[in-house]
Design a protein around this ligand. Sequence first.
Ligand code: FAD
Length: 397
Amino acid sequence: MSDLDAFRTETREWLEENAPALIRQPIRGDEDTVWGGRNAVYDHPDQKLWLERMGAKGWTCPTWPKEYGGGGLSAEESRVLAEELARLGCRPALFSFGITMLGPVLIEFASEEQKRRFLPPIARGEIRWCQGYSEPGAGSDLAGLQTRAVLDGDEYVVNGQKVWTSYADLSDWIFCLVRTDPDAPKHDGISFLLFDMASSGVEAAPIQLISGSSPFCQTFFQDVRVPKDQLIGKVRGGWTIAKRLLQHERSMISQLGTGGGPRAEGLPELGRRYLGGTEGEPLPDPLIRDRISQFGMDRLCFGATTRRSVDAAKAGRGAGAETSMFKYYGTEMNKRRTELAVEIAGAQGLGWEGEGFSDAEVGLTRGWLRSKGNSIEGGTSEIQLNVIAKRVLGLPD
Ligand SMILES: Cc1cc2nc3c(=O)[nH]c(=O)nc-3n(C[C@H](O)[C@H](O)[C@H](O)COP(=O)(O)OP(=O)(O)OC[C@H]3O[C@@H](n4cnc5c(N)ncnc54)[C@H](O)[C@@H]3O)c2cc1C
């Protein structure tokens, strides 16, 4: 038996023994997503147990080094783990901007001391992070940001405002872009700072959306004092880190294109439920059948391409500007998928609330509306096309 086969057997046995039954069921909605943090909310004790067990093994961040709270797995082992988790239909133990965005740049840019301080609590889900990038006058033109950090002794004093800060009101810490040198050219005057959202002078005000929910905030900083050892990388070196983090974010968002993870019921199953027909026979509506098949083929191709790119990145051939292609295509695919799901469900796919709609149907409607934001968050589709033109195709400005 090869080492990898032995690892698969071991992993399978561990998961069979340790994944609680609830965790093997599909995610129904927000109540089933665990974000961890100091004020973590668990809808069921099994969610906490699952996070603790996976966190203790480092399997929330399988490829991070063990000394930073990760699982220390190779790329191949991590793929086996993902396959075994999928085999049992396990939900992710943790949803975390710390894992998908901040952690990878800390591993690349932070000092040893900072890595040992910040990474293990991310892996165990103890600290929930939010992203302080966008400002009222700096979204696509992110380098135009104005939030100031001025060094005063051993501390930076931060003043300014961020906007669209997802879950700022629920997060413990923020990774924040600040201007430390207002006289330098705009990209060169930015630094990357971490601080506690409970610091004096931080205020997060939720923005009420038309849907009634408030996933984002306006975030205000007034004379927030931040120890200078919480600056990552070089002073004025924040733009390089910011761009790298965006590449990780864009990779993460692009994965929505491959099907939405454990939350999503597959399109063929939806088709069977709403369009009828005989089990084992093709769906009765040829047009919908054709679109589902086309989506399935595109999904497979996209999945294979992104996987090849992840392998290339792990082999040191860098995940760089091409993440913009994946972000652009993956978010368009996710919009296509949710649109098709709503069409298949017909009037039942347009419910907002009320007895006439099941939770899953309301989830379809909300998922479809939410997907519209995919091509804005992490940089809009137009900005991705600009990056592809300049950095991938080498076209002139
Ligand atoms: C769901 C969601 C979650 C988010 N979460 C966060 C978060 O947690 N933290 C955070 O910091 N931000 C967050 N954002 C903000 C997001 O990063 C910005 O909305 C995005 O970068 C666009 O910036 P903007 O809204 O200021 O739009 P603008 O920059 O004002 O753009 C307006 C329009 O002009 C177009 N445009 C602008 N410049 C160009 C150009 N040079 N070429 C072509 N077209 C252009 C854009 O594509 C867009 O269509 C989130 C956004 C969404 C939708």
